[in-house]
Design a protein around this ligand. Structure first.
Ligand SMILES: C[C@](O)(CO)[C@H](O)COP(=O)(O)OP(=O)(O)OC[C@H]1O[C@@H](n2ccc(N)nc2=O)[C@H](O)[C@@H]1O
Ligand SMILES: Nc1ncnc2c1ncn2[C@@H]1O[C@H](COP(=O)(O)OP(=O)(O)OP(=O)(O)O)[C@@H](O)[C@H]1O
Length: 294
């Protein structure tokens, strides 16, 4: 989206939807240590927001409920500014100017929580800057630039339902996933992705089930998140969250990514909102967010 303020300046606004691994099977490991995955991914209305304006010099600011946390822990190496710098280098090398910008991140998603917040921000920055600068880049170059920023960034560039394989770069669109009503739940304890992969004992797990017939809900019933058992050993609150979401009537309930965020699927938007309210009351310090897939 592009808006003009009272001075006529153009602001480019881009949503950075949360990434939900509805199923995540770890099927092997590459020689360089990265794990091979098969994952069904959806994106939600809940997410961060990137805003970009022209400026005399580059700047970066953060607001939102999880903004402080990120500033404190980030040491200046944010995925947003890394995305800006990599994209600018690529554009300048093809003679495109990529002028200075002020980027603002509204950080609504918990940090290091398995729903790809940083990856979503990086991907949204790439999409927004390409629009803001009215620039062009070869799609393959953009895909490899995204992958350099993180294994989840290529799928976040798509930001619509998909199956990803490889380490996340081999992407196939899914066009018939129904709209899902979810509650996202997190105990607000950060989980390190490499740590969870390190703790995973069996690397060669069965792939995603074949989807010959049957509904996506049947498919979800037959699939897993292979990172959930090791994450739950590290953080027992994950087991508690699964229990709480199930008690609210969600099915299935599963962890996303490397955790700790879990999602529960509800029958209706009303049921999801009711569960969100009830969960907030029972665990006031935790993160609960009712949302729907896009
Ligand atoms: C768990 C997922 O979120 C599922 O979508 C992703 O696979 C993780 O993606 P990500 O957070 O973008 O991960 P990256 O920032 O690229 O990698 C962080 C670290 O996680 C480990 N890693 C990551 C992805 C992968 N397929 N295998 C791995 O072993 C590696 O140790 C890597 O150094
Ligand atoms: N814009 C950003 N938002 C969140 N984290 C960021 C950002 N930039 C850098 N980081 C760093 O990246 C790390 C991972 O954060 P992120 O929120 O993307 O994790 P995640 O949700 O577990 O990701 P994934 O699901 O892709 O594994 C954090 O340790 C954080 O300090």
């Amino acid at each position: 989206m592009r808006v003009h303020d009272i001075s006529g300046a153009t602001e480019t606004i881009e949503a950075a939807p949360a990434k939900i691994n509805l199923a995540l099977h770890v099927t092997g490991q590459r020689a360089d240590g990265y794990h091979l995955l098969e994952t069904l991914v959806a994106f939600t209305e809940a997410g961060d927001v990137i805003r970009i304006r022209d400026a005399d010099a580059d700047s970066f600011s953060i607001s939102g409920p999880f903004g402080d946390l990120l500033r404190a822990g980030d040491g200046g190496d944010n995925l947003v500014t890394r995305a800006r710098d990599l994209l600018r280098d690529a554009l300048v090398s093809t003679g495109q100017p990529a002028r200075p910008v002020a980027i603002h991140l509204e950080k609504n998603l918990p940090v290091a929580s398995g729903i790809g917040g940083g990856s979503a921000d990086a991907a949204a920055t790439l999409r927004a800057l390409l629009r803001h600068w009215d620039a062009g880049i070869d799609p393959q170059k953009l895909a490899s630039l995204a992958l350099r920023l993180g294994a989840d960034v290529p799928m976040c560039l798509e930001s619509r339902s998909l199956v990803a394989r490889g380490i996340g770069e081999d992407i196939e669109a899914v066009t018939d996933l129904p709209e899902l009503f979810l509650v996202l739940a997190n105990p607000l304890k950060a989980v390190s992705t490499p740590e969870i992969f390190r703790r995973l004992q069996t690397k060669n797990n069965p792939p995603l089930p074949e989807r010959t017939s049957g509904s996506w809900m049947d498919f979800l019933g037959q699939s897993r998140n292979d990172l959930q058992p090791p994450a739950q050993v590290l953080l027992p609150e994950i087991g508690e969250i699964v229990e709480l979401l199930s008690q609210e009537g969600a099915t299935p309930v599963r962890m996303s990514g490397s955790g700790a965020t879990c999602f529960g699927i509800f029958q209706s938007v009303e049921a999801a909102h009711k569960a969100e309210m009830s969960l907030r009351e029972s665990r006031p310090g935790w993160y609960f967010q009712a949302t729907r897939t896009i």
